[in-house]
Structure formats: structure tokens, C-alpha cells
Design a protein around this ligand. Structure first.
Ligand code: HEM
Length: 458
């Protein structure tokens, strides 16, 4: 296979020496990675450097330097398609935007991206406000002594919001069902992978039965919602209604129902857990950093007053935005992004072979000491508007960068910043226990155990 060279390498700029493992180290780190690959990546980088060659579970490389990420996601992005590395999601998500590659992906991205442009997402603000108000109502009727599971609250909130944006009319129950069933299917597929082939989908285990039931209900519920959309029962501005009438600007073709079903599932899956995790990690961080919480409260009270947030308030919530960005640096919801190399590649002294799995370790890059001063500290000031341009672009990539970057970034920022401002304006949250909670990284960066907090009205 031909070898392609990055301009940076021709210029002889950065060079790395990939390090490999002994057999014993390979097994040890494989076990550590299964447990929590994000945390183990920090340990690995300290010991072995920015590029690590691995043989298990598949041959490949872990990349932990921004220059290497830039090669994979920008300068030679065509050599690193996505679908194969997320093959385990295919039975759940089909051919939606999240998983597809090639021409289908190009066409679908062209159709979907306009829905989520910066200028378009403000139309979702009423849905966001409505659903946050609903959660505030629940919190208001909770005794201040009764702890709540905040991870669960944030998960429901973001499901209601993405459901409201997708379907407009009150289909929150359906959105919750879809979210729940996607989670069950995802959990079981992850078990299949982690079992190294010992657990197969056809086996009559309770987990497989549950996943099959969830998959059937998921398909039925999404098809039902799409049918209601076809019958004109939804709003006009929601994403589904617009997808139903969307036409490819080049070919004039619309989308088949199966494609729409796959897009709905992909958007709901990709569009709720990530935002909900960031919000939960923020409440965890605020409990440890009361001065930051106080500044957030002051900003939300000053900017929003007593009324509901309006679109023009959002840019003025500058500190809230900084907190959101810094929380995603410390706890990126997607801590590692895998790709599979199509052809051999060589860059910065690193040899990639065709078929290698290449994992961009976002979590380790976000805590790389060459790019972040005191990387493990929570310091929202890093993202102050006057400092943000100095950040090396590929040293910060919670939404990824390049052509496969998150399509929902503006939506997520609007939702996250608005929800955080509304919640901190009305409530102060206190942890029930004070011990640190570790991370549990599987596909997303979750909490090792539930985050339980008491919610106290201000
Ligand atoms: C804090 C919130 C979010 C984070 C950190 C995040 C992060 C990411 C990342 C890292 C990817 C790339 C994954 C890969 O290529 O392997 C991605 C893709 C994607 N995200 Fe997000 N996301 C967030 C919110 C959302 C929301 C709210 C939506 C939709 C409403 C969404 C929809 C998608 C879709 C459809 C893709 C696939 C895009 C493509 O391949 O063309 N995400 N996201």
C-alpha cells in the first residue's frame, strides 16, 4: 500500500517514537483499559509517552498528542473512516449520520447540518426552557433533606429536550422510552465486545432477552413517531418534520422512512447522554469549588434577573459558558475516538498499518501537561474570551474537529449553558457524601457510582 506523508513530517517538524508493551504489560494494560481506559491512558502517557502501540484487543495505536490527532481528523481524514470501529452499534443505529461513511454520510450530513447551525438552534430555546422549568418544578417539590440522583435527573432532562427538539409535540414519554431502550441495547453490545466473543447475541441469557425486547420496542416506538410525523401530527419546526420534507439540494431526493428512523435513533443517542454527563460533572465540580458556584450564581442572577432566558441573554452568560467548556476539558463525554486505517500511513515518525485501530485519547490530550498548565485543576478562566484563541486547536476537542466533528455542538452549547444558568439561579446543590467519585469510561465518560445530591432552593 502507498504511504502518505503529512506536510508537517516533510518539513521534519515533530517526531515521536511509538513505544510498545511486553506481553505481561500488554495483558495488564488490557485489563486496566477494560476497567477504565480514560484513567489508564494518563498513567500510560506518563510511562510510555504520546504514542503507544498495542496488540490487544486489536493491533493499533493510542494517540495522545494534538499533532497526531490533526493528522487523523484533518490532514489525512479520508484514510480513517469511522463505521467499522463502531460496528457494534450498527444493529442499533443502522445507517444514521453517526455511523455511516462515504456518499451516504455526505448526503445525510448535507441534509442534517443546516438544522443545527448556530443561527438555527435558537428556535429550540422554548423547548429547552420548558423542560428545565419542569425539572425545577420537581426539585421545588423535593424536601431539601431528600437526596436526588443528579445523573438520572440530567439524563431525563436532556432526553426531554432532545425529544422536544426532534418531535416538538409532547412526546417526552416516547423520548424517555427511546433513551432507555438505546441504553439497554448499548450496554448489552458493550458486554458482547468485552467478553471477547464468549457472549454472543444469539445466546439465551437474561441480558440478551432484555436487549432483544428493548430493540423491538425501540423500533416500534420510533416508527410510530415517524408515522405520526408523516400524518402531519407533529409541529413544523421540529427536526423530524423538517427531515420528512427535506430534499437533497443536488439530487432533489427525499429520505426513505428507514433512513429517517435511523437518523432519529442516532440523534437521540448522540444528543442526550453527552450533554447530560457534562451537566452532572459540573454539579460534581461545583460542590468542590464553591467560589466558582458563587460566580455562576451571580452571573445568572445578573443576566437573567427573574424572567425566562431569551436568545440575547445567552452570549452574556460568558462565565457559564467557560465553566461548561472547562468541565468538558476535564471530563470529555467522549474520552476516546476510534478509527480504522484504510491504508498505511506515516506521520511524525509514527507508522500506521492498514487495518490498525487508531484511538485518539481525548481525555489524555485534554490533560496533557505541555498544553495545559496544572492540567488536573478545574480553572474556567482558561476559556476566558481573551485567552481562548491561544489554545492549540487539537489540544481541545470534546466535540472532535474536522469533517466528522459533532453536528450538534451549537445545540449542546445552547442547551448546556441555558440549563446550567437556570438551575444554578434557583438552586444550590450539596453532595450527600464527600469522597471523590471516579470515572467509568466505556464509550462515554460516566460516573463510577451515582452522584447523589440535595437540592436547596436559594
Ligand atoms: C456536550 C455535548 C456533546 C458532546 C461532547 C458531543 C461529542 C461528539 C463527538 C466527540 C462526536 C464524534 C464521534 C466520532 O466521530 O467518533 C460527535 C458526533 C455526533 N454528535 Fe455530538 N456531542 C454532544 C452533543 C450532541 C447533540 C446535542 C447532538 C444532536 C442533537 C449530537 C449529535 C451528534 C451526531 C449526529 C454526531 C455524528 C456526526 C457525524 O459523524 O457526522 N451531539 N459528538
Amino acid at each position: 500500500m502507498p504511504s502518505t506523508r503529512a506536510p508537517e513530517e516533510r518539513e521534519g517538524a515533530l517526531r515521536f517514537t511509538p513505544r510498545g508493551f511486553t506481553n505481561v504489560q500488554e495483558l495488564y494494560y488490557f485489563a486496566r483499559a477494560l476497567q477504565n481506559y480514560a484513567d489508564s491512558s494518563i498513567e500510560l502517557r506518563r510511562r510510555f509517552g504520546d504514542v503507544i502501540r498495542r496488540r490487544r484487543p486489536r493491533a493499533g495505536l493510542w494517540l495522545m498528542h494534538p499533532a497526531l490527532l490533526k493528522r487523523v481528523f484533518r490532514t489525512n481524514v479520508r484514510n480513517y473512516p469511522k463505521a467499522e470501529t463502531y460496528g457494534f452499534l450498527a444493529p442499533i443505529l443502522g445507517n444514521g449520520l453517526f455511523l455511516s461513511d462515504g456518499e451516504l454520510w455526505t448526503r445525510q450530513r448535507r441534509l442534517l447540518a443546516p438544522e443545527f447551525r448556530q443561527a438555527e438552534v435558537n428556535r429550540f430555546l422554548p423547548v429547552i426552557l420548558d423542560r428545565v422549568e419542569r425539572l425545577l418544578g420537581e426539585w421545588a417539590s423535593t424536601a431539601p433533606t431528600t437526596p436526588r440522583d443528579i445523573t438520572d435527573d440530567m439524563m431525563r432532562l436532556t432526553l426531554w429536550i432532545v425529544g422536544g427538539a426532534m418531535f416538538k409535540s409532547d412526546l417526552d414519554e416516547e423520548a424517555e422510552m427511546i433513551g432507555h431502550d438505546l441504553e439497554v441495547c448499548l450496554r448489552q453490545s458493550t458486554w458482547h465486545i468485552f467478553s471477547g466473543g464468549l457472549l454472543q447475541p444469539w445466546m439465551p441469557t437474561p441480558g440478551n432477552f432484555e436487549a432483544r425486547r428493548a430493540a423491538a420496542r425501540l423500533e416500534r416506538v420510533v416508527r410510530g413517531v415517524v408515522a405520526r410525523g408523516r400524518a402531519g401530527e407533529l409541529g413544523g419546526d421540529d427536526v423530524l418534520s423538517r427531515l420528512l420534507v427535506a430534499r437533497d439540494p443536488e439530487t432533489g431526493e427525499g429520505m426513505a422512512d428507514q433512513q429517517i428512523v435511523d437518523e432519529v435513533k442516532s440523534l437521540i443517542l448522540a444528543g442526550h447522554e453527552t450533554t447530560s454527563l457534562t451537566l452532572s460533572w459540573i454539579f460534581y465540580l461545583l460542590a468542590r469549588h464553591p467560589a466558582v458556584e458563587q460566580k455562576l450564581f451571580e452571573e445568572s442572577s445578573r443576566v437573567l434577573g427573574d424572567g425566562p432566558p431569551r436568545a440575547e441573554h445567552v452570549p452574556a452568560l460568558a462565565y457559564t459558558r467557560m465553566v461548561f467548556l472547562e468541565a468538558m476539558r476535564l471530563y470529555p463525554p467522549v474520552p476516546g475516538v476510534p478509527r480504522r486505517a484504510l491504508e498505511d500511513d506515516r506521520f511524525h515518525g509514527v507508522d500506521v498499518r492498514a487495518g490498525d485501530t487508531v484511538v485518539a485519547m481525548i481525555y489524555a490530550v485534554h490533560r496533557h501537561p505541555d498544553f495545559w498548565e496544572r492540567p488536573d485543576e478545574f480553572r474556567p478562566e482558561r476559556f476566558a474570551p481573551e485567552r481562548v484563541d491561544a489554545i492549540e486547536p487539537y489540544a481541545y476537542a470534546p466535540f472532535l474537529r474536522g469533517r466528522r466533528a459533532c453536528v450538534g455542538e451549537h445545540f449542546a452549547m445552547l442547551e448546556g449553558v441555558t440549563a446550567l444558568a437556570m438551575l444554578t439561579r434557583r438552586f444550590h446543590l450539596e453532595r450527600v457524601e464527600h469522597a471523590p467519585i471516579g470515572t467509568r469510561a466505556i464509550s462515554t465518560l460516566r460516573f463510577a457510582r451515582p452522584l447523589r445530591m440535595r437540592v436547596r432552593p436559594r
